[in-house]
Design a protein around this ligand. Structure first.
Ligand code: CTP
Ligand code: CA
Length: 218
């Protein structure tokens, strides 16, 4: 008889996934955001759950259904996402797909009114959740980041992998219609080198990545 591959190779593993954008309030009615749709991260969370993992999905503000079998924690800001990630630990694997806003604003308590001059926004750095996980005492055994780049994709992403101290980077060319689109062209960067994947539907990128994660853990 043919050898059978286990159908739920991630059973017993806890995987943490972040997805979506974050919204950083400027005042009670306005915020800073980015074009992330959350679709790639949600697809990855679903694919990991199908392989048997217990999945915690920390999601920024997106209008997407929760994948089957996934525990979802909704947040709005990068600061809240950092807290939710901390609460979800420990995890065997973390896949940080969220497009966390790099900057936040100290929000005004009341709506900023026109006519009071041109308001200046002071941008304050958000915590780097991935770098914090990489350097912290509860670092997941397999730590995977995404890198959204619009130029020199592999070069920038390689530098990011080393700088942040993560195991794999999924480098993502976002110069086209990727953010919000249904397909993705990615490169998988590990300590062993670069793997170029063809342009694939986001669900297919998710399925392949989940399979690769399962292989790495066994
Ligand atoms: N990331 C994070 N927390 C942040 C910023 C980024 O956890 N405050 C994570 C993302 O989820 C992703 C990885 O870090 O997995 C890389 O994000 P990216 O925006 O591509 O890199 P940055 O280090 O923020 O650099 P830059 O935006 O300047 O290219
Ligand atoms: Ca960034």
């Amino acid at each position: 008889p043919q050898a059978q591959l286990p159908t739920r190779p991630l059973a017993g593993r806890h995987v943490l996934v972040t997805a979506g954008p974050t919204h950083e309030p400027i005042d009670p009615v306005r915020y800073i955001a980015n074009r992330s749709s959350g679709r790639q991260g949600f697809a990855i969370a679903g694919a990991l759950a199908r392989l048997g993992a217990r999945v915690t999905l920390v999601a920024g503000p997106v209008d997407l259904p929760t994948p089957v079998g996934v525990t979802r924690v909704d947040v709005e800001t990068g600061g809240q996402m950092a807290e939710a990630v901390d609460t979800a630990l420990p995890a065997d694997v973390a896949v940080m797909v969220a497009a966390v806003a790099d900057w936040r604003v100290d929000p005004a308590a009341q709506k900023i009114k026109k006519g009071a001059g041109e308001p200046a926004l002071r941008l304050l750095p958000n915590p780097d959740i991935l770098a914090g996980l990489a350097a912290g005492p509860r670092r997941p055994r397999l730590l995977i980041g995404f890198a959204a780049e619009t130029e020199r994709v592999v070069e920038h992403a390689t530098a990011k992998r080393v700088r942040k101290g993560v195991d794999w980077i999924v480098a993502n060319d976002v110069s086209g219609d990727v953010m919000g689109g249904g397909a993705n062209t990615v490169h998988i960067l590990t300590a062993d080198g670069v793997e170029d994947w063809p342009r694939l539907p986001k669900d297919e990128v998710a399925a392949r990545l989940a399979q690769r994660i399962a292989e790495a853990l066994t």
